[in-house]
Design a protein around this ligand. Structure first.
Ligand SMILES: [Zn+2]
Length: 453
């Protein structure tokens, strides 16, 4: 069966038709590919198949050398989508016909399924006709080393777990003795909001918007998620923008806000209710940045309004403004210094209850955020406004917006208390993952057999 996977889903001219070209032979080929998708998913479930690494592998395809830490690396193909989009099973690579944005969608898919572009929101039936923009892709291949006997897996590591005859890749979220809960898209460990390291936040970013694939209508951009308004200018006199990451609606004449629900890119067939969009990050690339002066306002359901103001002398000010009842101290500016060169990348992210500012991959500011309590007050109009500087300088060449994984449990307020030697595992693709939240339960240390490369 693994050989079939490889042959069926490898990119090849035979299943990559030219634009506006569809023959009966091609249709037959596509049907064959879809049938194989379905067959493989039925056979393989949500796990992985392991293979020998080179010629030195020991044991059969599932025989991992648990007792030999110096043993060979193992590799395997990812069947399921529970760790997507970082590790993908069988999937399609697509390109939006409107904005040309590239993205991946998990298989299987109905030919009549409607795709939504994560970048511009354009909807179309991508599989209904042959297109050079739709490419069936094979599963991702991963490599792992056996866990040593005296080795304790660490939080956030991607781990291989034995589950009956199957092997699964998940992420370690809870360690023995801890209590695990969820709140507003974050993981709580012993009641504390877990903050992922910056590198891991970046690794898990999911795309929301990229100005290089812009579908701009005037200076306002309406995103796929709905409820976002993004007026900004790339250069010009007023260098600054406000980004609202909230869905607004009117209820009994009061304006309410809530977490945005989107089509979640990779899981296009899911209902929107499972696809919440929480924490965000914004990446700016400076075209020619000599001490630029600008303002960024980020507004989210979770953190209220957050301001980032740069000023001359390579200095910045950062502060958040909540509802009127929020502690005053939270509105006090935090100054910090930063260096920006040509093509510099500035990242401002509000993730895991933490604000971080990163310039060219160097962390220049890290500050815990107080979460907003009463989101109905976030109307946008009542907020303290920082006027966009009229004498702004600098020019941006690219704006990218990302979001973090949204951690949730289908039973709200449930608490998982781990016993000694028990670990709590989650898939990155939380809406589609069977993991410690469900029947897969917390996992014994003895079931953890490998750590991904
Ligand atoms: Zn698009």
């Amino acid at each position: 069966m693994p050989e079939l996977t490889e042959i069926a889903f490898r990119r090849s001219p035979a299943i990559r038709p030219q634009k506006n070209f569809q023959t009966n032979q091609l249709r037959a080929m596509r049907c064959w590919v879809y049938l194989n998708f379905c067959l493989l998913l039925l056979v393989a479930g949500n796990g992985c198949r392991w293979e020998r690494s080179g010629n030195s592998g020991a044991g059969d395809s599932a025989g991992v050398s648990k007792r030999d830490p110096t043993g060979p690396w193992k590799s395997g193909l990812i069947d399921g989508s529970s760790m997507a989009p970082f590790l993908k099973g069988q999937h399609f690579s697509l390109r939006c016909p409107t904005c040309r944005y590239p993205f991946a969608v998990g298989a299987p898919l109905e030919r009549s399924a409607s795709m939504t572009c994560p970048n511009c929101g354009h909807q179309w039936k991508a599989l209904a006709t042959a297109s050079i923009d739709v490419v069936p892709e094979s599963s991702d291949r991963v490599r792992f080393a056996p866990v040593e006997i005296d080795q304790t897996p660490r939080r956030w590591e991607r781990i291989v777990r034995q589950y009956g005859d199957e092997f699964m890749v998940k992420r370690v979220v809870g360690l023995p003795g801890e209590s695990i809960g969820f709140d507003r898209g974050d993981v709580l460990v012993d009641g504390r909001r877990m903050v992922k390291p910056w590198g891991l936040q970046k690794e898990n970013w999911l795309p929301v918007y990229d100005s290089d694939f812009s579908d701009r209508r005037g200076d306002r951009l309406l995103s796929a998620q709905g409820g976002l308004i993004l007026p900004f200018q790339l250069g010009g006199e007023n260098l600054g923008f406000r980004y609202r990451h909230v869905a607004c609606y009117n209820s009994k004449r009061r304006r309410q806000t809530e977490v945005i629900k989107d089509s979640y890119g990779y899981n296009q067939t899911l209902t929107r209710s499972l696809n919440s969009v929480g924490d965000i990050g914004i990446l700016l690339v400076f075209a020619q940045a000599v001490d630029p002066v600008f303002v960024i306002e980020l507004q989210t359901e979770k953190y209220g309004m957050v301001h980032f103001v740069s000023s001359r002398g390579k200095m910045g000010r950062f502060f958040s403004v909540h509802q009127p009842e929020a502690p005053q101290s939270d509105s006090q500016p935090v100054p910090f210094s930063w260096e920006v060169g040509p093509r510099s990348e500035l990242v401002v992210c509000l993730i895991d209850g933490m604000a971080r500012i990163i310039v060219d991959d160097c962390l220049v500011l890290q500050r815990r955020l107080i979460l907003a309590k009463n989101t109905s007050l976030i109307s946008g109009d009542q907020q303290v406004r920082v006027p966009v500087l009229s004498a702004a300088e600098g020019e941006l060449s690219r704006v990218k917006i990302f979001r973090d994984l949204f951690y949730f449990d289908r039973l709200p307020d449930r608490l998982f208390v781990l016993k000694p030697r028990e670990f709590f595992l989650l898939g990155d693709n939380l809406p589609m993952s069977a993991d410690s939240r469900g029947r897969s339960r917390p996992v014994q240390r003895s079931e953890l057999i490998g750590i991904l490369d």
